[in-house]
Design a protein around this ligand. Structure first.
Ligand code: ADP
Length: 267
């Protein structure tokens, strides 16, 4: 906050100072509102599966246990909802870890082609099952990144591409050198696409274009928020292009070498 206040005293005259202070209060208020909204969202997201678990367990205890078929169906729901809670909590933990340790990335020189290829391999069985074709165009590039975190980025983008692309579609992943000293990774699908008005919001925590569809595919609404955080903590950026019913293309641009921050926060 001190930092924000400093320019006030640089300005000529005291009235400017008052204006800046008010500006900062607005910013604080905005942060406060965002925090309140976030907690409300988390509570809501947690309550939905817990309500289901509680309700179905109660019904079983009240006598439904006697019927084996019903019991099985209810237990399956309880299991699915617990899985969902588990995913939600681990995504939330990931997000807060990344936020807390923005500057504590575990950098090393990573064979990016190998990292992306091996990640894609883990999706192959699922792709075959869903009749999706995955195409790779990966150049031989090494980069200084936090390999585990960048793998998480690829996993989240591929998970979405698989979830939002109907059977017989295809997913293409590319890795190329980009401008001097940068690399570009793209994940492109032939799926349902994202409406224009939603494009700027998909990186917000818990924002989904279609809540029911995201739930159905096991989504938590946190995947892209995590992606954005990881990419930005590497001093990179993310772009998205999409056309409804045609498909979506995400592009990640990362510096090839670790960037030293010069504002003093990076140490
Ligand atoms: P979710 O867990 O719901 O997938 P994300 O943060 O990963 O959450 O994505 C946010 C929303 O962006 C999704 O709910 C979905 O509406 C949209 N989205 C993300 N990736 C794609 C994609 N490849 N194709 C279509 N829509 C997508």
């Amino acid at each position: 906050l001190d930092c924000h206040l400093a320019p006030i005293y640089d300005a000529k005259g005291q009235i400017n100072g008052v204006v800046s202070v008010l500006h900062d209060i607005t910013k604080l208020k905005h942060l406060e509102n965002m925090r309140t909204e976030f907690i409300a969202n988390v509570s809501h997201e947690l309550r939905t599966p817990i309500t289901a678990v509680k309700g179905f367990a109660e019904t079983l205890l009240d006598g439904a246990l006697k019927n084996e078929e019903t019991s099985r169906a209810f237990l399956q729901i309880i299991y699915n909802e617990s899985e969902r809670l588990h995913r939600l909590i681990s995504d939330l933990l990931d997000l807060s870890k990344i936020e807390l340790n923005q500057n504590l990335l575990n950098y090393s020189t990573v064979d990016m082609r190998e990292l992306i290829h091996s990640t894609i391999e883990t999706f192959k069985p699922q792709a075959v099952k869903k009749q999706l074709n995955i195409v790779e165009e990966l150049d031989d590039i090494h980069a200084e990144v936090d390999g585990d975190r960048i793998r998480q980025v690829i996993i989240n983008l591929l998970t979405n591409a698989m979830a939002y692309t109907p059977a017989n579609g295809s997913i293409k992943v590319t890795l190329k050198a980009f401008k001097p000293e940068q690399i570009k990774i793209t994940v492109e699908d032939t799926g349902i696409g994202i409406p224009k008005k939603s494009l700027s919001r998909i990186f917000e925590r818990f924002y989904r274009v279609d809540k029911a569809r995201s739930r159905e595919s096991g989504g938590t609404g946190l995947g892209l928020a995590i992606v954005k955080h990881i990419v930005e903590s590497h001093e990179g950026y993310i772009q998205v292009e999409s056309e409804v019913q045609k498909g979506t293309k995400f592009a990640i641009i990362l510096p090839k070498y670790k960037k030293e921050k010069i504002d003093g926060n990076g140490i």
